[in-house]
Design a protein around this ligand. Structure first.
Ligand code: SF4
Ligand code: SF4
Length: 289
């Protein structure tokens, strides 16, 4: 049998197939609902200057695709960044989850907590599955978030942050831009989770239909909206942006304890600012501000 041609269509179909067929794509509720609807997939080249910009802006600890690749495959000392592709995906939460969360006011709803826990377990499984499929096709690949070298940093202007950001990978792959609350606004909205894999294969990069990292946010693009500000129960969002420390104190401590006590699942979930707002399910139209 002929070997399949591994290109953007093959990779996109592989990701879509896992999302559509995996039993792990579940909220683990008696209803049997999936955690995520059909994904969006994008590609960025490993030599894209944006990745160096991330290092300059975020900090020296931030890893570029080639650094990720060399950490995962230390024997491959001669790999050129241009040979690498960052494969990124967006997993939209379902309409039912979004509706339930949009009317929550102080704490996340049950479905949101299940997405944060079981949905992210599925996202991990998707990363592993794509790496395995590529590897079976003879392509070296690594999921940065699953590697021991993936870590948090408490230094730099955006601390706390990590040495590889799935949302920044998605931005580079043309999948969305950042909002006032730091969430990524994508064509399927901000209520989503995202993931990425770095692979040694040259795939033509996806078009980035923006030049400004806040292009889709009505606050930055039109001076309007700001509707995520009152959604935050601890005032972590303001016209100055997102106060990560205040957000983290609420999600990491209070909401983790709440989800543990209520659902026996300890996750730092909140996400109230990702629903009940114009950018929840699509790129907002200026009229929605
Ligand atoms: S709710 Fe409005 S201000 Fe907040 S991120 Fe979305 S578009 Fe921007
Ligand atoms: S995740 Fe919750 S605490 Fe953090 S900014 Fe959004 S609404 Fe506020």
């Amino acid at each position: 049998m002929d070997k399949p041609k591994i290109d953007h269509a093959w990779i996109t179909a592989a990701i879509e197939d896992v999302v559509a067929t995996s039993k792990e794509n579940t909220l683990n509720l008696p209803t049997g609902e999936k955690a995520f609807d059909a994904p969006l997939v994008g590609f960025a080249n490993g030599a894209d200057p944006l990745f160096e910009h991330y290092v300059i802006h975020i900090g020296d600890f931030y890893l570029t695709p080639v650094e990720i690749f060399k950490k995962a495959f230390p024997q491959e000392t001669d790999v050129d960044p241009v040979e690498l592709t960052v494969i990124s995906w967006v997993l939209p939460s379902t309409t039912r989850t979004r509706k339930e969360q949009a009317v929550a006011v102080k704490r996340p709803c049950e479905r949101w907590i299940m997405v944060r826990h079981y949905g992210e377990l599925f996202n991990e499984s998707l990363r592993r599955s794509l790496v395995a499929r590529l590897s079976d096709a003879g392509i070296q690949a690594v999921a940065p978030m699953l590697e021991a070298f993936w870590s948090h940093s408490d230094t730099g202007p955006y601390a706390p942050c990590s040495n590889w950001s799935e949302r920044h990978a998605a931005y580079a792959a043309g999948l969305g831009t950042f909002g006032l609350c730091d969430g990524l606004i994508t064509p399927v909205g901000k209520a989503m989770r995202t993931g990425s894999v770095v692979a040694r294969i040259a795939i033509p990069p996806s078009k980035r239909p923006y030049t400004d990292h806040h292009a889709y946010c009505l606050f930055y693009s039109h001076g309007t909206c700001g509707k995520c500000i009152p959604r935050c129960p601890v005032k972590a969002i303001s016209e100055s942006g997102h106060d990560k420390q205040t957000c983290m104190r609420y999600t990491m401590y209070k909401m983790k304890a709440y989800s543990h006590d209520t659902y026996d699942i300890a996750v730092s979930a909140c996400g109230l600012c990702q629903t009940g707002i114009p950018c929840m399910a699509h790129i907002p139209h200026p009229d929605e501000g």
